[in-house]
Write a new protein. Structure first.
Length: 312
């Protein structure tokens, strides 16, 4: 074998060695990469399982709360002289409740519960909430403004529950026109009919207050709605939902509108707990020989129990 042949064979052996080494390196890279992929898949799987577990825990807690609340409301509305609508609004942004580990349980609407809520009831002065919505609708169209007379009228209507201003609005625009607006919002209609007492249901009042609390629909102008809520916060008849909510948790604040007529006692409000949780509650009652404000202790009792079931 001459020198050239030996040199050629040497190069061949060297190339073969490089080829084997290259295959070995590729194998190592594949194994390491596979291990990384397996680890990544495992992490992804664990994360997915964790999210699923948390979602299941939230659903379980919500079902438990709603079940207890539904049973209670079914009991207090059994004889059809009481209607109740509850809607949780969730926690205010940045509040203690919003940062709580249970914040997801109280996500807006997650605990909404009603009983006998679609039954037609005498509205009494809660109808003034519909007048408020209609006037804010007119303002959006440029057909209403906060003149001194209108501000004074609103104040008397909400804070003192005076009938003078809302009746003047109905006279000016007509029952039918106002009812057409109410119907367009998906609320019970007609509320107003000639020679008949105004009527609605707790579900519709709840929907209206939800729009107000969330600055939607007729209440989308935050400045205007804040003005109305401020009046509701200081309305003078506070022996219903405000008393019950504070009995359940000291420091709770309520913006509400009451109504009473003959044996009818109603209250509809937006409640804010000290930790930032908020909810809408509407309670309409009649019968049982009620007169004046004699039905309001019942409203207090229901409010306190509802708040304790959901938030305590």
């Amino acid at each position: 074998m001459n020198g050239q042949q030996r040199s050629l064979r040497g190069r061949i052996r060297l190339l073969a060695a490089y080829a084997v080494l290259g295959l070995f390196v590729l194998l190592i890279v594949h194994l390491v990469g596979g291990a990384k992929d397996t680890k990544s898949d495992s992490i992804d799987k664990q994360a997915t399982e964790k999210v699923a577990t948390q979602a299941n825990q939230v659903s379980t807690k919500q079902r438990k709360i709603k079940s207890e609340l539904s049973k209670y409301l079914a009991k207090v509305t059994k004889d059809k002289t009481v209607s109740v609508s509850f809607y949780n609004l969730g926690a205010t942004k940045g509040s203690t409740a919003a940062k709580s580990k249970n914040a997801a349980v109280y996500k807006a609407g997650g605990l909404a519960t009603e009983s006998n809520s679609r039954t037609k009831e005498i509205s009494a002065s809660t109808y003034k909430l519909f007048i408020s919505a209609y006037l804010m609708h007119l303002k959006q169209q440029g057909n209403y403004s906060w003149t001194t007379a209108n501000e004074n009228g609103f104040y008397q209507m909400i804070v003192n529950s005076s009938n003078t201003y809302p009746e003047s609005i109905l006279t000016t625009y007509g029952d039918t026109t106002v009812d057409q607006f109410i119907k367009s919002q998906g609320w019970y209609s007609p509320v107003f009919q000639i020679n008949e007492i105004s009527a609605t249901n707790s579900h519709s009042l709840m929907l209206l207050l939800k729009d107000m609390a969330q600055y939607k629909g007729a209440f989308s102008n935050k400045s205007d709605t804040t003005k109305i809520l401020a009046l509701m916060n200081k309305q003078i008849y506070r022996t219903g939902i405000p008393t019950g909510a504070k009995a359940a948790k000291k420091g709770t604040k309520v913006a509400d509108k009451v109504g009473w007529l003959n044996d009818t006692n109603n209250d509809a409000g937006i409640v804010t707990l000290p930790n930032g949780q908020r909810y809408v509650l509407v309670i309409m009652t009649h019968g049982h020989g009620q007169s004046g404000f004699s039905g309001f202790p019942k409203i207090v009792k229901i409010t306190k129990k509802v708040q304790e079931i959901v938030y305590e």
